[in-house]
Design a protein around this ligand. Structure first.
Ligand code: SF4
Length: 462
């Protein structure tokens, strides 16, 4: 679990650019959805603590709006709210205990608010307001605590993607953190690299010093790496059928056994079978409500771990430092999408989830393999370009079909963007970019253009 200092940033003087940390991109939580499960659980937990500061409630209720109402059942939003109100966090709850914890609340018709006071909470207190949207965001929930004599506390939260939440009327707490190397576009990032002589990973690591000492950031990165590899390992052992009613069989364990048992001469394409297996294992765990790392979301949680595992398994000379470089560089690209577009499927479609994850992973792998900053940015562009227009269309509202296989494809595209000669595109004229006709210039300006493209295309893809 991340150290507590990650949640308690040092507030410094005003920064010209909004500050986002690597810890905003990678959080260790539970499946199946960052915006529909992790975000609502955090919101409910935060409300529970707030409610207790006002006294002991005699009644509680929660209304789910927009996308949380429409697909909340399939994404376990109701379960997440119950757990959050009971004081559990996505990082802290044991996925294997969730069924028992929720069963106890439902059977008793009461929950221990933030783990303390017993308050009635029945099925009628959690309402799915189908077809009703709040203006702030497509993922909204309103929580209410009543204390008697007409006194009540009501708060509206938005789950804005990747497990992040915003409370209505409260400005983002991290807006005034000063970074040594602030950037808000691909062009600024590349210019910073040229001016300082630092790699993208080094720039990000230096920026993280605004939140915590370097040693803590490195420990956090190692923790994220370990969690990603652990999900792959667990996913490769689990069998059976995924929950939710679609009866989707888990395939990772069988595929893992098949690939491990091969004795014939290695087929070069086997690398891609392993890569797909890694993503499959993570996303089956996510669909089953297991422990995963948002990267940058749960629906797209398999792409980056798969590419990380690919790097550590198949890249000659791979090192632990290279894995850190991969994660740091990927986070720089994720920050650009968070700042200029969105990683919320409700706003962006799947290009904001798997598309962004593919772009981040392509950049990260390129950096770990020793690519220049321009090559890293170029790989990020390629990773996104071939996901533009990808819609969010999960069958039955479950993060299973096409989500699981979509992550395998995202991982394959990311590796291809990083290592294939086809990915190192020759100079060419970019439509609408005047005389910017060679690759470095295109790389400088492309990502920020694409950062807007997904948002526009997202309106068509929701
Ligand atoms: S289709 Fe993509 S964006 Fe939609 S739930 Fe699945 S992974 Fe997430």
């Amino acid at each position: 679990m991340p150290s507590t200092s990650l949640d308690a940033p040092v507030v410094l003087e005003a920064s010209p650019a909004p500050a986002l940390s690597v810890a905003d991109l990678f959080t260790i939580g539970i499946g199946p959805s960052s915006s529909h499960t992790v975000g609502p659980m955090r919101a409910a937990k935060r409300f529970a603590a707030l409610a207790l500061t006002e006294g002991t409630p005699i009644a509680l209720s929660c209304d789910l709006f927009g996308s949380l109402a429409l697909t909340g059942k399939g994404h376990a939003t109701d379960v997440a709210v119950l757990l959050g109100l009971a004081g559990w966090t996505p990082e802290g709850v044991d996925p294997d205990l969730i069924a028992a914890l929720v069963g106890e609340i439902r059977d008793s018709g009461a929950l221990r608010l933030d783990g303390e006071t017993l308050v009635p909470f029945g099925a009628a207190d959690l309402r799915f307001r189908m077809g009703e949207f709040l203006p702030g965001h497509a993922n909204a929930l309103r929580l209410r605590a009543e204390y008697g004599a007409g006194r009540a506390l009501e708060r509206t939260f938005y789950s804005v993607g990747g497990g992040a939440i915003e409370m209505e009327g409260v400005a983002a707490a991290r807006a005034n953190i000063a970074l040594p190397h602030p950037f808000s576009s691909g062009a600024e990032l590349l210019a910073l690299g040229e001016r300082t002589g630092m790699s993208i990973a080094e720039l990000v690591l230096a920026n993280e010093s605004a939140w915590r000492p370097k040693a803590e950031t490195l420990a956090f990165l190692d923790e994220v790496r370990a969690a990603m590899l652990a999900v792959i390992a667990r996913g490769c052992r689990q069998e059976g059928v995924l929950p939710g009613g679609l009866n989707v069989p888990r395939r990772a364990a069988k595929l893992h056994a098949t690939l491990s048992a091969r004795t014939c001469a290695p087929d070069p394409s086997a690398v891609f079978e392993w890569l797909s297996l890694y993503a499959l294992a993570v996303n089956e765990e996510n669909a089953a409500g297991g422990r995963v790392v948002t990267a940058p979301t749960n629906g797209a949680a398999g792409v980056l771990p798969a590419v990380l595992k690919y790097y550590e398994t198949f890249a000659p000379g791979a090192t632990r430092a290279g894995s850190r470089t991969l994660l740091l560089s990927a986070s720089a690209i994720g920050v650009l999408y968070k700042l200029n577009a969105s990683i919320s499927a409700a706003e962006m479609g799947c290009q904001g989830e798997v598309g962004v994850a593919c772009s981040m992973a392509a950049a990260g792998l390129t950096a770990a393999l020793g690519g220049t900053n321009s090559q890293v940015e170029n790989a990020a562009e390629i990773g996104m370009e071939h996901n533009l227009g990808l819609t969010c269309d999960p069958i039955g509202g479950l993060v299973q079909i096409p989500c699981i296989e979509r992550n395998t494809m995202g991982a394959v595209k990311a590796v291809n963007a990083a290592i294939s000669p086809a990915g190192r595109r020759p100079p060419r004229r970019v439509p609408g970019r005047g005389d910017r006709d060679h690759a470095p210039d295109r790389a400088r300006h492309g990502l920020e253009v694409q950062g807007d493209q997904p948002r526009r295309a997202g309106r068509e893809c929701r």
